[in-house]
Ligand binder design. Structure first.
Ligand code: BGC
Length: 530
């Protein structure tokens, strides 16, 4: 009789007692540093692949093509188009995709913290290999190890944060992960800006090797992290779980939440095959979101900017230095705009941010596409005046800001908070792997797409933003302030998703419970009691 568990004896939404303790805040900050390794990767590769000494050493053909394009003033859209070069960037995401499935088991069986630790250590080895690379093979093997690290961290960190946080602050604490992602990207941009100036031509080595710093932070940090109460109960450590819950909530009055977690855990034990069961009809809403949200997040086109900002700015005719500097500017915007969501997500809710961010991104994509199209046209040959290029950068920044308070953080928050415990780990793996798959596809396809679609590319991503914004408007229920083990109520009361639940799928403990509208009022507890 496994299914979405609700232990609700008062009707309406619960608010468990407790406050935001320093202990939980600190644990969340440490765990969120797992986002640094992901961010560092995203930011570092674009800059490194625009450094001439790096290109000359590993990708001489790309280097020659770039120089020729400069000399002949030929098609700017195509000068960086090389499958091997994009393979360098995107191999990491394929590795992360596969690793996240293994991470699911480690996260469930050994606890969330050991996945984070494993991720940090693997990443450390990858960083060393990359910094010392002598050939393309070493580079790519290093990237694969980094990818395994990212797969483990992205699988475990968002779950950890969502489980640790009190429901009413879950959005804020979870977005700590995305904040670290953006800080990682910015640090990488700044480091590239500095190392590109190193005269000996080995600056790229420093950029790649410094990935060891965030890796060491999360690996060491994970050793000191407490396990989440949910995970402790799930693994049979009930006394430790009680102690932990008291500590993280800062109150002795934890019985109600504790009992709910125990029921959720018992329920989850009935489910021995999360991978098979996740396909059951009653998990269809959550499964849909686990796939659709990361898919849409990547189809915003954000990583075109994150990976290739320096390349894109060079395409616009910026000098090497100015290109890297512009990437630093978009990186700064990305960090600061994330704070907007940190401070509003638990008040305004997820949906409003998604919708506003979507509209802003769309408007900017239309402007950027038109500005580039007006100058470069389809021939890709133009000399862009400085002021004009600065205007393009301005709209790119507004686009990044829109993403940074909507799809960026929410693309990780929402999937991590919607699954019932029995399939939470498996669900998160699906989210990570879909995210990585489309990150990979976009990383791989962007340069050839820029070469063939030209400025139309911006309209292509804009069209996807329209689709995803409508999707959110119609299909994504609001999840703010809902305790994570009660999330099933949200689906059950949604105009569309309610059809996937039968009364038997929701078990209610307690007398005479009000169910949300979809169920039409009172529920017979005898029928639903678990
Ligand atoms: C996305 C990344 C993206 C980053 C930008 C993350 O949420 O998953 O693909 O590069 O945000 O800040």
């Amino acid at each position: 009789m496994a299914g979405g568990v609700v232990v609700n004896n008062g009707g309406g939404r619960k608010d468990y007692p407790g406050k935001l303790t320093m202990f939980v805040l600190f644990a969340c900050i440490v765990a969120a540093t797992g986002g640094l390794i992901f961010g560092y990767d995203i930011g570092i590769s674009g800059g490194v692949t625009s450094m001439n000494p790096f290109l000359m050493k590993f990708f001489p053909a790309v280097y020659r093509k770039e120089k020729e394009a400069e000399k002949n003033q030929s098609n700017q859209y195509c000068k960086f188009d090389s499958p091997l070069l994009t393979m360098f960037t995107s191999s990491l995401y394929l590795a992360a995709l596969v690793a996240s499935f293994f991470a699911s088991t480690v996260t469930r069986v050994a606890g969330r913290k050991w996945s984070m630790f494993g991720g940090g250590v693997t990443f450390l080895i990858g960083a060393a290999l990359n910094g010392a690379a002598k050939n393309v093979l070493m580079l790519i093997v290093g990237r694969v190890l980094l990818g395994i690290g990212v797969g483990f961290a992205n699988q475990s960190v968002p779950l950890y944060l969502s489980e640790m946080a009190p429901a009413r602050l879950r959005g804020m604490l979870n977005i700590g992960f995305q904040l670290m992602v953006t800080i990682g990207i910015l640090c990488a941009n700044l480091i590239n800006y500095g190392t590109a100036k190193i005269k000996g031509g080995w600056g790229w080595r420093v950029s790649l090797a410094l990935a060891a710093v965030p890796a060491a932070i999360i690996a060491v940090g994970a050793l000191f992290l407490p396990d989440t109460p949910n995970s402790l109960i799930d693994r049979g450590h009930t006394d430790a779980a009680k102690r932990m819950l008291r500590r993280v909530r800062g109150t002795d009055n934890i019985e109600e939440e504790y009992n709910d977690l125990v029921v959720a855990s018992e329920e989850s034990k009935l489910m021995t095959h999360p991978w098979r069961n996740i396909l059951q009809r009653r998990y269809r809403p959550q499964l849909t979101m686990a796939i659709a949200i990361p898919f849409f997040q990547q189809l915003t086109g954000i990583n075109v900017i994150m990976f290739y900002a320096p390349v894109l700015f060079k395409t616009l005719g910026f000098a090497d230095d100015a290109s890297l500097m512009s990437a630093v500017i978009t990186g700064l915007v990305n960090v600061f705009a994330t704070f907007v969501s940190i401070f509003t997500v638990d008040r305004l809710g997820r949906r409003k941010l998604f919708l506003q961010g979507g509209i802003q991104m769309l408007a900017c994509q239309i402007v950027v596409g038109s500005l580039i199209g007006a100058k470069f046209g389809f021939s890709g040959v133009a000399d862009i005046p400085k002021a004009y290029a600065a205007f393009v950068v301005l709209f790119i920044c507004a686009y990044v800001a829109g993403f940074a308070w909507s799809w960026g953080p929410l693309g990780w928050l929402v999937p991590s908070e919607i699954f019932p415990l029995e399939i939470r780990s498996a669900g998160q793996s699906i989210t990570v792997s879909v995210n990585m798959l489309f990150t990979f596809i976009i990383a791989q396809a962007f340069l050839p797409m820029l070469c063939h679609f030209k400025f139309i590319l911006f309209f292509f991503f804009g069209a996807w933003v329209v689709i995803m914004t409508l999707f959110v408007a119609f299909f994504l229920p609001e999840t703010k302030n809902v305790p994570i083990e009660e999330m099933v109520l949200v689906w059950k009361s949604h105009w569309y998703w309610c059809r996937f639940f039968r009364d038997e799928d929701v078990h209610v403990v307690g007398a005479d419970v009000e169910m949300p509208a979809a169920n039409g009022g009172k529920v017979d507890p005898a029928k639903l009691a678990y």
